[in-house]
Design a protein around this ligand. Structure first.
Ligand SMILES: NC(=O)c1ccc[n+]([C@@H]2O[C@H](COP(=O)([O-])OP(=O)(O)OC[C@H]3O[C@@H](n4cnc5c(N)ncnc54)[C@H](O)[C@@H]3O)[C@@H](O)[C@H]2O)c1
Length: 292
């Protein structure tokens, strides 16, 4: 018995890195998979459409069921084809893991319009488009009287939720993805859809190419030491969130190595208050109470 027996899942950006690990674990837990990947470089340039097929072949060789999809997840029609492909091939859809992403790190002063647009496009629109089409499918199923038990797992990042200099485009997209998840979790409840997000940390070409990180994420030389940066460490949480009986929704979790942590939404904390409009001079005196 696998934790995902009978679940039909789409994983975007599953041709390598963290997404590939999700695919291998999902398959070993019994899920039937659509492996999506455009196969581009880490900055989103080019494409190698064999990446998705390679992972699908790997899954099949291990005894699982998987087909490949090479659509660009940020394209409206491509996202629709991806959802349709799962339903047409496997007869249903239960899980959508939005994982695909790219990096164009620059400090703001050096960031071009294209660096900004491409990162926002692939991450933010690349989460919206497949989710929008999957939600339409699940709404239809609910209206037809089916008891939908679906799960969407999105991929945020501490780069956005905490903030990392040099990644204002990526961080803005990633905190946008966390907000998107919290909002649509409320909207999609009525259709039996749960939505959560993870903020992972793992060794992939993304972290290996980040200055200062390559040494930190390296495989431990001592084989008896737990490899906390192994991207496979991220996948069990995603698989748990994908299970039919998981109750979690509207939540964001950090996950790295053997650690899973709660992220809280932006929260209002200390306050200063009066029953009238503040003057600038008054605020100059009072704002120190808010450490500002
Ligand atoms: N590695 C980390 O520590 C880390 C930390 C925080 C967040 N993340 C996020 O995790 C996710 C996976 O990243 P990774 O580290 O495995 O990187 P990766 O580069 O190994 O994998 C990302 C995959 O997405 C695919 N992709 C990119 N644009 C696409 C598009 N438009 N359509 C379809 N596929 C596309 C790429 O071809 C690639 O295979 C990303 O969303 C990333 O931002 C990673």
């Amino acid at each position: 018995m696998g934790a995902l027996d009978g679940r039909i899942a789409i994983i975007t950006g599953a041709g390598r890195g963290i997404g590939r690990e999700h695919a291998l674990l999902f398959a070993s837990e019994g899920a039937k998979l659509v492996i999506n990947d455009l196969g581009g470089a880490v900055d989103g340039s080019g494409d190698d459409r064999s990446a998705a097929q390679q992972v699908a072949d790997e899954v099949v060789a291990l005894g699982g069921e998987a087909i490949a999809n090479t659509d660009d997840i940020a394209s409206w029609d491509g996202g629709k084809r991806l959802i349709d492909q799962a339903v047409e091939h496997f007869g249903d859809l239960h899980v959508l893991v939005n994982n695909a992403g790219i990096l164009r790190d620059r400090v703001l002063i050096n960031m071009s319009e294209e660096d900004w647009d491409s990162v926002i496009h692939v991450h933010l629109k690349g989460h919206f488009v497949p989710t929008r089409h999957a939600a339409a499918y699940w709404r239809e199923q609910t209206k037809a009287g089916k008891d939908v038990k679906a799960s969407v797992i999105n991929t945020s990042s501490t780069s956005g939720l905490i903030g990392n200099p040099g990644q204002s485009n990526y961080g803005a997209a990633k905190s946008g993805i966390a907000s998107f998840s919290v909002i649509i979790a409320e909207e999609l409840k009525r259709y039996g859809v749960r939505v959560n997000a993870i903020a992972p940390a793992a060794r992939t070409r993304m972290t290996e190419s980040t200055p200062g990180l390559a040494d930190i994420v390296a495989v431990p030389q001592d084989a008896s030491v737990f490899d906390a940066w192994d991207p496979a460490n991220v996948s069990p949480l995603v698989a748990y969130l994908a299970t039919e009986t998981c109750p979690a929704t509207g939540r964001v979790f950090f996950v790295q190595g053997g650690t899973v942590r709660n992220f809280e939404n932006w929260a209002m904390t200390d306050k200063i208050e009066k029953n009238d409009r503040w003057t600038v001079a008054e605020l100059k005196a009072e704002m120190a109470k808010l450490n500002a």
